[in-house]
Design a protein around this ligand. Structure first.
Ligand code: ATP
Ligand code: LTN
Length: 336
């Protein structure tokens, strides 16, 4: 990987193994990662350190951390071509996070939307980790000096604060960090919940959330119940303001099939939601089928998944430690 460094731009992203991966994660993030593998040098990790900002069941977290790796691979992230690793396997993340926390202002962390949302959701556990979450995320990113960070729209603010922290650090110590750019896919950037088209699809609302491991029947059932509109028009037409449910289904259909909204409107002209909803379910089922089957197969090969994690941690730590050493030197930590 190192020898291609001059030629290829670097990309890094992560997802918390705090729940089952869903269609929003896939279309908003993972699918775009997999599509770019030949163009970039890619680092993708499971952000397990971040998950404990909210209470986790230890056994579940352990299980999901492996399941998520199997699902990443099944979604097309080849471990030979991408560095896939678990955040807690590379201690440099926590180490850099401490340093960066001393270059991050209380005020700027207080303004983060995710902190405000999550502290409202978990009133009994507004812990310091929830508050400093973006600092750890900045460390995750800056350790690898990536050019791009592909994320869904909701994470843009976190990449922006990362840029601010990096610029602040660089302005004091010189060019230590590459300033990363968020990369937000136009299609699929925000998939809304099937039962709540006003909110993003999220595992916290399971009835409107299509999980990658859902059976075809389950997926069909969720789409059948998808909220469309209260209008009587019953016509497949893209109107985000007045028909958010239909617009969301059209976005899903378009992202998977590559068809434009005009083509979809023409395809379903005069057919109504009764025909459209099962058609969307069908393309989703067929798209997810090989992913689910491959993930199930990989889950039976624990030795292989462990080896991928071992190799990934080694390759990631090599790059991360190089940055960490530079930072330690710059701030004045005595080196042996
Ligand atoms: P939660 O359900 O707790 O809000 P989540 O399911 O949104 O979590 P994250 O770990 O926050 O999962 O997100 C992982 C990645 O998937 C991020 O890049 C995020 O932007 C993207 N993502 C999550 N949900 C959606 C969605 N509904 N549409 C598009 N992208 C999404
Ligand atoms: N906060 C992100 C997960 C995440 C991440 C990162 C994404 C942690 N560290 C570094 C990109 C780069 C989330 O909740 N989706």
């Amino acid at each position: 990987m190192e020898e291609t460094k001059d030629k290829k731009k670097r990309m890094l992203s992560g997802i918390q193994p705090s729940g089952e991966l869903h269609l929003g994660n896939y279309l908003g993030a993972i699918k775009n990662w997999a599509d770019r593998v030949n163009e970039y040098e890619c680092y993708y990790f499971m952000a397990d350190l971040h998950t404990i900002t909210v209470r986790q069941d230890p056994a579940e977290l352990r299980k999901r951390s492996v399941q998520q790796l199997a699902q990443y691979i099944a979604c097309g992230l080849d471990p030979e071509k991408n560095v896939l690793f678990l955040q807690s396997h590379v201690p440099a993340h926590a180490q850099l996070s401490w340093v960066l926390s001393c270059y991050t202002m209380f005020g700027e962390l207080s303004r983060m939307t995710q902190f405000k949302d999550k502290s409202a959701q978990h009133k009994d556990n507004i812990n310091a980790g929830l508050f400093t979450y973006p600092v750890l995320m900045a460390a995750d990113i800056l350790l690898y000096q990536p050019d791009y960070v592909p994320v869904g729209e909701d994470q843009k603010q976190h990449v922006e604060i990362t840029r601010d922290i990096a610029q602040r650090f660089n302005s004091i110590y010189g060019d230590v960090f590459t300033i990363p750019e968020p990369l937000i896919a136009k299609a699929g950037a925000r998939i809304y919940g099937l039962s709540t088209p006003g909110d993003k699809m999220s595992k916290s609302v399971p009835e409107g959330c299509v999980f990658l491991m859902d059976s075809p029947d389950e997926i069909a059932r969720k789409f059948k119940r998808a909220v469309t509109d209260s209008d009587t028009e019953n016509c497949v037409h893209f109107d985000k303001v007045n028909k958010p449910g239909v617009a969301n289904l059209m976005n899903i259909y378009s992202t998977i099939t590559g068809k434009s909204y005009e083509e979809i409107e023409a395809e379903f002209a005069g057919q109504g939601y009764g025909k459209f909803k099962p058609a969307v379910a069908e393309v989703v089922v067929e798209h997810l089928r090989p992913i689910r089957e491959e993930a199930e197969r990989l889950m039976k090969d624990k030795a292989y998944l462990d080896q991928v994690y071992r190799d990934g941690a080694e390759r990631a730590a090599y790059v991360a430690n190089k940055t960490l050493r530079k930072v330690y030197k710059k701030v004045g930590f005595y080196q042996l």
